[in-house]
Every structure is written in C-alpha cells, then in structure tokens.
Ligand binder design. Structure first.
Ligand SMILES: Cc1cc2nc3c(=O)[nH]c(=O)nc-3n(C[C@H](O)[C@H](O)[C@H](O)COP(=O)(O)OP(=O)(O)OC[C@H]3O[C@@H](n4cnc5c(N)ncnc54)[C@H](O)[C@@H]3O)c2cc1C
Length: 401
C-alpha cells in the first residue's frame, strides 16, 4: 500500500481550498457556534449546486460527475474553516441504508432529492429512556389502512430543527421480543403532529427533543422490512461510526498547538516548543491523529468495495473520539490559563478553538455509541471474547455491528 498523497489528491485539496475560499462566508462558523446548529443551509445549497453532495452516488439515483475525492476534500476544508455539516452526515447515513435495503421506488424518491439538497434527514433513535439500549424504544407506528401513524418522543434528534425528515425507530409490533418488533420510517418534519424543542449541550451544540402526535406517513416511508428495523438501524450505525462519512470529524489539534507553542514564550524567554516534553506530547497527538485518519480511510475502502464492515466502525469511532478527548485535555494542560479563553475572547489561542473543542469532545464519546458499548462490540465481535453481561431475552437477529 502506498501512503503518499497522490498528485490527484493534492489537486483535489487545492481545488477544494479554492472552492471554500470562493463560497464559504467566514461568519458562518461563528453563526454555528452561536446558534449551536451544526448545519448551515446556505452552505448546503452551494454544495448541492456545485455537485459536491452528488459526488460518488449512483448516476441512476441522481449521482453526479464530481470526483468523491474532491467532495471529501471540500468537506475537510469546510471542517477546517470551523463548519460542521452534521445534517448532511446523518442524511448520507440514511441514504446508504436506503441503497442497501430500500425498494427501487424509495431509492428514486429519496436519493435524487437529497443529492439536490432538498431532503435532509435527522436520526430519531434515542428516547428519554433508551439511548444505549436503543431497542427499548417506546415510540409506536401503527398501521392504519395504507398508512402508518407514529406517536411518541425522541431525544437528541440533532439538526432536526433544519431537517425535512427524521429517520424514526418505532415499535411496530408490541407483542414481539424487544429487538424483533421495530421498524424505521422516514417522518416529514412539516407534519402538524411533529414538534421540535431545543436542548443545549455542554459542547455548545443545540440538539432537540422531538415529539410525534398522530403523524401519518405512507406505507412507502417504511425503510426495510417491517419489524426488522433492528438490522436496518445497525447498517445505518455502521455508517455513523465511520464509513464514508462526508465530513472529517477528526480533530486537527497538533498543528494548531504546534503553531501556538512555536510563538508563545515562557518567563525565561524560551518558546513553549523548546520544552522537549511539550514537543513530545504534540508529536504523540500528531501520530494519533494520523492513525484516526487512516482508520477513516480503512472504512472508506470497505465502503468502496460495497461491504458493510462490522466492528471496524466501532473501532474507528472509539479511537477518534477517545483520542480526541485526550488530545484536548493535553492541549489545555500545555496552554495553561490561556487555554481557557473562549471563542470571542481577545488573544484566545486559535481563536478560542481549544476551549470550545474541549467541551465539544466530551460528548463525542457518547453519541453514535457510548465508548463502553463500543468496547463491548469490539471485545465480542472482533476478539471473540465472551459477553461481559448476561443476555436478557432471546438472541438478537444477526447483523453487521
Ligand atoms: C450531542 C449529542 C447528539 C446526539 N445526537 C443524536 C441523534 O442525532 N440521534 C439520536 O437518535 N441520538 C442522538 N444522541 C443520543 C446518543 O446516541 C445517546 O446519548 C447514547 O446512545 C447514550 O445513551 P444515553 O444518553 O441514554 O445514555 P445511557 O445509555 O443511559 O448511558 C449512560 C452511561 O452508561 C453506560 N452504559 C450504558 N449501557 C451500557 C452497557 N451495556 N455496558 C456498559 N456501559 C453501558 C454508557 O456508556 C454511559 O456511560 C446524541 C447524544 C448527544 C450527547
């Protein structure tokens, strides 16, 4: 395997930088921080207009000519400019899932609209009493003629405030065992029975509690087989944990920290970077960031081959979130009091990014599978170790992760 950046990739990066320079307004990153909404619709429209969203998707469902490597570089450059595209990240997870299990009609209905930027999908799995144990969902979908009627509440439905749909995990068979009576439905957020209330989190992100009262959706909104939603959701979760994600969620702390340490002076006049212990810590962060990036490449390779990796997704998600949190704690330790200067404070290192990212990193080890749960998946499915806790009820249906 050749790990050098190819000329093609370098070209994509240069083109992506030029795209971001021409299209991204600097105030958008500040607006995301202020509003806590990690999805900027004006940016999304431009990504759709220039075919970045459509890159790499099958042509028969609206995929475009732009090179996926270029699209990835654009998302990376957006992330570098402080812009998250979480709504698109969740949408692409659902689109991948539809490609795996959806009907031909669903592929033709949802993919082209999403790639044109008109359909944006939030994930509605968690509930007030079911997060890690997501199969305990109580939201129901009841068949009524040729429709489904959805009632219940979801927690942490991130970016639902700007999304057109929520991918809702609902109980369709209350008499079946816990994991066997679930289904996934695409619920439109413009239905009068849908309500969205904001929840501000430690990292500044505003996620949502969403409520569903008698929301009617057509039969065709049910993705995958009825009552087999557990397996459908597990495909989507694999994508959430690192396969083919459109935007890099990896941190890039080493470079920012090194830049600060090169200039910052200690009382004796030496720079912070002159301290070999500081240099060693920054070096270790750089190495771990690279491992994180390569694990992302590993996921992309799986996806490009059409596979659905199992515990590898858990490994990638566990690694980047846990190492990222450690790196930010290291960064604050090296920065000292200056590291506590928040965005907006004069002279805050890297514009206050360290303080903000430190808070944000705390929740990355919770969403998309809490670290303890991911360790269990790796132990059981990758290493073949025995379950750490007794199974309650009948065995779960087989699935990828
Ligand atoms: C910022 C943010 C955004 C989110 N966005 C979304 C979203 O868009 N859509 C969505 O559906 N959900 C979303 N979530 C919810 C997220 O997936 C859940 O928070 C997560 O699954 C954990 O569930 P919980 O909060 O109920 O905690 P719990 O499941 O109650 O876990 C609490 C603690 O117990 C531990 N624990 C639980 N079960 C086990 C076990 N079996 N073995 C060992 N330890 C265990 C956990 O690791 C954790 O430390 C988001 C959460 C956050 C914080």
């Amino acid at each position: 395997m050749d790990f050098r950046e190819s000329d093609e990739l370098a070209g994509h990066r240069a083109a992506a930088r030029a795209w971001v320079e021409a299209n991204v307004r600097p105030e958008w990153a500040e607006e995301q921080r202020r509003s806590g909404c990690h999805q900027t619709m004006e940016l999304h429209e431009r990504l759709a207009r220039d075919g970045v969203l459509a890159a790499g998707w099958p042509a028969e469902y609206g995929g475009g000519d732009a090179d996926p490597g270029y699209a990835r570089a654009v998302f990376d450059e957006c992330a570098r400019a402080g812009l998250r595209c979480d709504g698109w990240a969740t949408t692409s997870m659902v689109l991948h899932t539809i490609l795996h299990v959806g009907t031909e009609e669903q592929k033709r209905r949802y993919l082209p609209g999403a790639l044109r930027g008109e359909i944006l999908i939030a994930l509605g799995y968690s509930e007030p009493d079911s997060g890690s144990d997501v199969a305990a969902a109580r939201t129901t979908a009841v068949r009524d003629g040729d429709a489904w009627v959805v009632d219940g509440q979801k927690m942490f439905t991130s970016t639902a405030q700007v999304c057109s749909h929520v991918f809702v995990l609902a109980r369709t068979n209350p008499d079946a065992p816990k994991h066997a009576g679930l289904s996934l439905l695409l619920v439109p957020t413009d239905d009068p029975g849908f309500e969205c209330r904001p929840i501000r989190t430690l990292g500044g992100q505003v996620t949502n509690a969403t409520f569903y009262t008698g929301v009617r959706v057509p039969e065709a909104a049910l993705i995958g087989e009825v009552d087999r939603g557990w397996n459908v959701m597990r495909i989507a979760l694999v994508y959430e944990r690192g396969v083919g994600g459109p935007a890099s969620v990896d941190h890039a702390i080493a470079a920012d920290l090194a830049a600060w340490a090169r200039d910052a002076r200690r009382p004796g006049g030496t720079t912070v970077l002159d301290d070999p212990l500081v240099a060693e810590r920054i070096g270790r962060i750089a190495v771990e960031e690279e491992v994180s990036r390569l694990l992302g490449g590993w996921m992309d390779w799986h996806a490009a081959k059409g596979g659905v990796p199992g515990p590898e997704g858990a490994m990638r998600k566990l690694y980047w979130s846990e190492s990222g949190r450690r790196h930010l704690a290291d960064a604050l330790d090296i920065l000292g009091a200056e590291g506590l200067l928040a965005p907006g404070a004069p002279d805050a290192p890297a514009g206050g990014a360290f303080e903000h990212e430190f808070r944000a990193a705390a929740v990355t080890t919770v969403y998309g599978g809490a670290s303890e749960v991911l360790r269990d998946i790796i132990a059981e499915r990758r290493l073949g170790l025995p379950r750490s806790r007794p199974r309650v009820g009948p065995a779960r249906p087989a699935g990828p992760a």
